[in-house]
Design a protein around this ligand. Sequence first.
Ligand SMILES: C[S@@+](CC[C@H](N)C(=O)[O-])C[C@H]1O[C@@H](n2cnc3c(N)ncnc32)[C@H](O)[C@@H]1O
Length: 403
Amino acid sequence: MLADQSDTSDACTSSWDFAGSPTQYSTHGIHTYLAAMIPWVAKRAITTAKPRKLLDPFCGGGAVLVESLLAGIACVGLDINPLAVLISKVKTKCISSRRLMHELGLIVEKACLYDGPVAKFTAKQGIDYWYKDYMLGPLTALRHAVMELGENQVKDFFRCILSATARDVSLTHRNEIRLRRLESPYLESFNPDVIDVFRKNAVEAAERVAALPKLDVAVHQGSVLGMPFADDEFSTIVCSPPYGDERNGVPYTQFAKNMLFWLGYSWDDIIDQKRKTLGWINGREDFPQPDSQTLRKSVHLIRDHLKSVKEVNAFYHDYDNALTEMARVTDDKIVIVIGQRVMQNTVFDNARITIELMASKGIRLGAQYRRHLPTKRLPRMREYGAAIDHEDILFFDVRGKNM
Ligand SMILES: C[S@@+](CC[C@H](N)C(=O)[O-])C[C@H]1O[C@@H](n2cnc3c(N)ncnc32)[C@H](O)[C@@H]1O
């Protein structure tokens, strides 16, 4: 059932495609994130659902939180990935640009005078592979200057800028889901001035955060499986959950790891959070399959691939528990933006699976919209020989929940 797409209140188009609409306004562009929701989808989901208090339990790069803030709606974010939490905090915190510019001057001055040792990383961390030797000195110097700031929002702002800079100067292809090192001839000609990139990122982001509304947005690091919130604490959830586990789907931890190393996280910290991502098997063996006929049919089609069956079952087991937990903390609407995934050349229709899992909890689908995607964005599709060409926006009515 696809609903009538007649809502034109918040964009120049009545469809949910938003092809060609600008996506970098306000703080949206200050730090890249994988599989980020486009701001217009978040904005329209919020306008349509009319939240009193909103939660995004997979807040990622914070698109939903920024739109909620711009709409003046109280909101809270949560994500398992500490980089997501940092970005989301910074993108929703208004700080005076004069204060940030003053600190920027001091940081750059300190970094230019730094003559301490260059940061050391283990071979396992593999940092050297992603940076040229000349970049390590300035990145270390900036890190040193930023880490000396007192613990507060200004420090978080510059940690986020350090992270954006570490990403911008890294020897990775842009706009790709998995990390892949640049090759010749681009590799030889890519020689950014690290301090300059940091300065430019900071100046641009400072203007943007200074223009934010002043409203407190709390962002927690933690798992959706056991959220620190009371029953019915929120009216509304708007989110895009992962489409699969990190091994077979979008590798958020891999994307974040170099930046987290520069921010001082250890390998153990990173593995620890990866183990809590949805579907991470982590020594577990038993994954009762949740109640979805569509899921059962797809699993049947891949039944000869025992490892994939186990990975799929682990993911949907966690996903079903996540939906239960989301319904527990919400008393009005849950909006889920989700696309299909492919395992062993078999499509898993995440929208249908989500609808069936919600129905098993007594939660009714109120409306379903479809957004056509401009590019092939998810991995494993080429091997399937098809593109993920759409995602669905599902509006659930939680008022009848029966759990
Ligand atoms: C599709 S992304 C969200 C993107 C986000 N809407 C944005 O605009 O950037 C899914 C997010 O789920 C997070 N995630 C995975 N497992 C999680 C868990 N158990 N609890 C909370 N977040 C989790 C990932 O770290 C990732 O940031």
